[in-house]
Design a protein around this ligand. Structure first.
Ligand SMILES: [Zn+2]
Length: 299
């Protein structure tokens, strides 16, 4: 039993969103109660103080509206602090990052239709074996579609393909963004209520291997935007996809650039606990691996 950071994405009911794996608000609330039995849930400001009992920080990625509507509401009611990271791209450029185009299209276009479109346009060789990484998905075509969109197609191909379908599903993109992401006013409200707000990304791209360039295109713009929204310089960072396939490289090379720009810590997607003398990069545990849904050796 030791210190942990719990990792959350969507906290909501599915309500038509079949392309995502959200945690139900009831499970979230129950999880907070269970974690509180073994850990003190603290704010990021407190992790470097001397703590007499094991602590837990709650980390939220992506800044989606459900986190404000459901998670923040529950946290506020219980008086529990948490750490939310947000994205500047959707607000500044009016674009929806690829990851959320995938979630939206998988939710509102049938797997059959999607597979017909994909297999009619692109090379699908190898998809049968390689899509096994998605073996937790029951439907074969869902596995195929996810593999095609997330791995087989280039980012440009996938974006163009998904943008056209997205456009037919949600013709008013600005309205989609307003509904799907936490607004600037809500970010201010959450910060004033004691939540820590950190940088997630500008356009949610995985680490590209060049630390300064990556900082300039993905981190700096989000940091500057947050400064203008909150009047505070963010000091915590959680990278999109935990860095992606270049995670190890990112953990090594990006740190000095982050430190130079005032960051004091960051969260990876590696699974693990956090020691009392924490390092710059902290491991996390996915919420589905924690009770009541999963079992974790860390609790
Ligand atoms: Zn993300």
């Amino acid at each position: 039993m030791g210190n942990i950071a719990a990792m959350y994405h969507y906290v909501r009911e599915k309500k038509g969103w079949g392309g995502i794996v959200p945690m139900h608000p009831h499970d979230f609330e129950e999880q907070l109660d269970l974690i509180s039995k073994t850990h003190r849930i603290i704010s990021l400001d407190e992790i470097d103080k001397s703590n007499s009992e094991p602590w837990c920080v709650l980390t939220f990625d992506d800044g989606t509206k459900d986190q404000y509507t459901f998670a923040f509401d529950i946290l506020k009611r219980k008086g529990i602090p948490a750490y939310f990271t947000v994205m500047s791209g959707p607000h500044l450029t009016g674009n929806v990052p690829l990851v959320h185009l995938v979630h939206t299209v998988l939710s509102f276009k049938s797997d059959e239709e999607l597979w017909e479109l994909l297999s009619g346009t692109y090379d699908t060789s190898g998809v049968e074996e390689e899509s096994q990484i998605y073996k937790y998905e029951q439907k074969k075509l869902r596995r195929y579609n996810k593999f095609m969109l997330n791995f087989k197609l280039s980012v440009t191909e996938a974006t163009i393909f998904l943008e056209s379908i997205f456009q037919s599903l949600f013709p008013d993109k600005q309205k989609f963004i307003n509904d799907f992401y936490i607004s600037t006013e809500e970010i201010v409200e959450m910060s004033q209520a004691g939540m820590t707000i950190g940088v997630h990304a500008h356009n949610h791209i995985p680490y590209n291997g060049d630390p300064q360039e990556f900082y300039d295109i993905e981190i700096g713009p989000c940091k500057d935007w947050m400064k203008s929204v909150l009047g505070i310089n963010p000091i915590w960072y959680t990278p999109a996809f935990g860095g992606g396939v270049n995670q190890k490289l990112m953990l090594d090379k990006l740190t000095p650039v982050l430190v130079k720009n005032g960051f004091v810590g960051a969260f990876s997607t590696r699974e693990g606990g956090i020691s009392d003398n924490r390092e710059f990069w902290m491991d996390r545990i996915d919420c589905i691996r924690l009770p009541p849904l999963g079992t974790s050796s860390y609790l």
